[in-house]
Design a protein around this ligand. Structure first.
Ligand code: 3PG
Length: 334
């Protein structure tokens, strides 16, 4: 029941002004979770606790199949939590009240940052929150590869093998830690990371991608998809790998020059490609490279309850901290 009412004798004009004031007073800021690939329920519960605890309203759009569903859902949202969901100019145009979008995860190549800026929307990510999950999956793909996709034949072990980590960020560092537990000899190349950060983690720093691929039996990709990295994992680079090389991709499909890799895997029947991001040419890879190629049906790296809780709740807290205190620490469109 509303806590005040209007006197019927008041002029309508005044009444509507009061009604407007009342609406503003009781308006709850709306936070929308829009996830084509849903979070675990326990993570949504945690997000709800943070959002409702701050006095905001939580709306949920999961497993949408049509972009129009997203366009409709964002219309009255002031804050948006997404995963790999595309937030482009059309979504931002439809989201007339949007102040902030948080990508619950690391890579934000799915957000049109320039469009966000021109719409006055702050874009953030939640770095590190899901990196252990992705790293565990990368190691899982490595075991799967060296055990011949569990086809019953005799495989090899990870112990003693040289692992190359291509980009030593949050996921790369977790991969190094877990791989050392397997007894692997770990190398890394990252143009933006100082050698000391690698040596402190008992990882051998290398100084070019070429050196990494030449040195390592298995290479695990952890580079973001940027103008610089797109199609950069190409025929000539992967061809530097020693006999029996395995390429593991838990990063982005766009970094692979798919046609180049297909040509190379036809030339070199010793190479394997394991990916958590289905290539555009998946059907071709599957037909040509049975037993040497595997792709998850849907990107699964960050699909754990723990990663969903960590990244989802971090996103919700960042929204509250931004709205209440103006904290822009994790803003990526500065
Ligand atoms: C990330 O960038 O955080 C990972 O690729 C996970 O993406 P997802 O949230 O779509 O699973």
């Amino acid at each position: 029941m509303p806590y005040f009412s209007f006197h019927h004798s008041e002029p309508t004009r005044k009444k509507s002004a009061q009604a407007e004031f009342f609406t503003t007073l009781v308006h709850k800021m709306k936070v929308l979770i829009a996830t084509e690939k849903p979070f675990a329920k326990v993570a949504v519960d945690g997000i709800r606790e943070v959002v409702e605890g701050a006095g905001y309203e939580l709306a949920l759009l999961e497993k949408y199949t049509d972009k129009q569903q997203l366009l409709d859902a964002v219309a009255d949202a002031e804050a948006l939590i997404i995963r790999s969901d595309i937030v482009d100019a059309a979504v931002l145009d439809a989201a007339k009240k949007l102040k902030i979008v948080v990508r619950a995860g690391a890579g934000y190549d799915n957000i049109d940052l320039d469009a966000a800026t021109s719409h006055g929307v702050v874009a953030m990510n939640t770095p590190g929150q899901n990196s252990n999950a992705v790293a565990e999956l990368a190691l899982g793909l490595m075991v799967f590869a060296v055990r011949n996709l569990y086809n019953g034949t005799s495989g090899t072990e990870l112990k003693g093998k040289k692992l190359g980590i291509h980009a030593f960020g949050n996921v790369g560092r977790n991969v190094a830690r877990i791989a050392q537990g397997f007894g692997m000899d770990v190398y890394a190349y990252d143009a933006y990371c100082p050698d000391e950060a690698m040596t402190a983690a008992n990882v051998h720093p290398l100084h070019s991608a070429e050196e990494l691929y030449k040195t390592c039996d298995i290479v695990s990709l952890h580079i973001p998809a940027t103008a610089e990295t797109k199609n950069s994992i190409n025929h000539d680079l992967v061809n530097l790998m020693p006999k029996g090389g395995v390429l593991v991709n838990t990063a982005r499909k766009e970094v692979i020059d798919e046609e180049g890799l297909i040509t190379l895997m036809q030339e070199r029947t010793d190479l394997k490609y394991m990916t958590d991001i289905m290539p555009v040419a998946d059907a071709k890879f599957r037909t040509l490279f049975e037993g040497r190629y595997f792709a998850t049906p849907k990107k699964m790296g960050a699909q754990t309850a723990e990663a969903n809780i960590n990244a989802g709740i971090a996103a919700a807290k960042q929204i509250v901290d931004f709205i209440q205190n103006g904290n822009t620490r994790f803003q990526v469109n500065k």
